[in-house]
Write a new protein. Structure first.
Length: 330
């Protein structure tokens, strides 16, 4: 069997890791806050990484991963999605002439101004094996990059979601609250946050704001006042978040992963961006792209239409198994 070096560094990576695959795990430290790391390692019962780099900058990550590659001599480096850690792992592998495997390959939002979009394209160009979440992404790679080792396996985080434990009885506050997350750099500014908060104040319903540490720091430093109907809460464990999403009236987010989670749970999602890489969530009517516009947010919040669409579009929860079977037979 080939030797795999897996790079992780952010919450979305942890949700997607396959703890049944024999691999050397490297944690970069991109999400350095304990609230964004430890609760996910323990809650998802993930093995302790062999290497914990404790760095957040791209250059430092790249240099340290290169040294690990020289020491471990892997056959492949595995990266997930479009994070800074994934880019660092890809560049380190490229410098050391090691093949790259990209999980969640081929995704496109169409917005090259977003750093994640540029990262996706760089990784897809370098990677030799690509695993996609849907047929559309597979076609992107075959058409734009003429890639041949492209496999549509579904979204790996659906596997993790299916193992989450939901209450046997509806919680008392089911569908009486909404969930809000904001972390993208283009939204963490005074103008956009005030526009979003103003929309939610006008709406008037209860909102649970699971606040990213960086967003919380910005709000505190700039003395932004939140409406009384918004309650700030710290990041919670993965299973807790999935359960809160499952019984939310609405989900508001600028996260990519939460858009998929809301879609899978059939909860209406308001995406605080003007574009998405999860096209089916919007095409099926479950996801409304509003950006940080108060007018558009309120239109979406007051829209009671429920979407339709193919439930199995992003797979049926066997993506990790399919990837593992392929990798174990390389």
């Amino acid at each position: 069997m080939k030797k795999f070096l897996t790079i992780a560094g952010a919450r979305p990576n942890l949700i997607k890791l396959d703890n049944k695959l024999k691999q050397v795990l490297v944690w970069t430290g991109q999400h350095y806050d304990k609230e964004m790391k430890d609760i996910f390692f323990s809650g998802l019962k993930l093995p302790k990484p062999k290497y914990d780099l404790g760095v957040t900058e791209l250059g430092e990550m790249t240099d340290k991963i290169s040294k690990i590659i020289e020491k471990e001599k892997p056959d492949y480096v595995i990266v997930y999605g479009d994070t800074r850690s994934a880019l660092a792992g890809t560049m380190s592998a490229y410098y050391n002439n090691v093949k790259v495997i990209h999980i969640e390959a081929g995704m496109r939002s169409g917005n090259d101004n977003m750093i994640e979009e540029r990262i996706r394209k760089i990784i897809d160009d370098i990677a030799c094996i690509h695993f996609t979440v849907c047929q559309e992404d597979k076609e992107n790679l075959e058409m734009d990059y003429k890639k041949t080792q492209v496999y549509n396996v579904g979204a790996v985080q659906i596997d993790t979601m299916r193992k989450s434990v939901f209450p046997t009885k509806l919680p008392k506050d089911a569908y009486k609250y909404s969930v809000l997350t904001i972390h993208r750099d283009f939204n963490v500014n005074k103008e956009n946050l005030e526009e979003i908060f103003s929309a939610l104040e006008t709406w008037g319903k209860k909102v649970e704001f699971y606040c990213h540490p960086r967003t919380a720091l910005f709000i505190k430093k700039n003395k932004l006042e939140l409406p009384k109907n918004i309650t700030i809460l710290p990041p919670c464990s993965y299973k807790q978040m999935i359960n809160r999403l499952a019984y939310a009236e609405r989900v508001l987010t600028d996260s990519g992963g939460i858009q998929l989670e809301a879609y899978y749970l059939r909860r209406p999602c308001v995406t605080l961006r003007y574009d998405t890489e999860w096209h089916e969530t919007a095409n099926s009517g479950w996801n409304f792209l509003t950006g940080p516009s108060k007018e558009r947010i309120l239109l979406a919040l007051n829209n009671n239409i429920r979407g339709k669409g193919e439930w199995e579009y992003y797979g049926v929860g066997k993506a990790k198994e399919n990837i593992r079977l392929y990798l174990e037979n390389l």
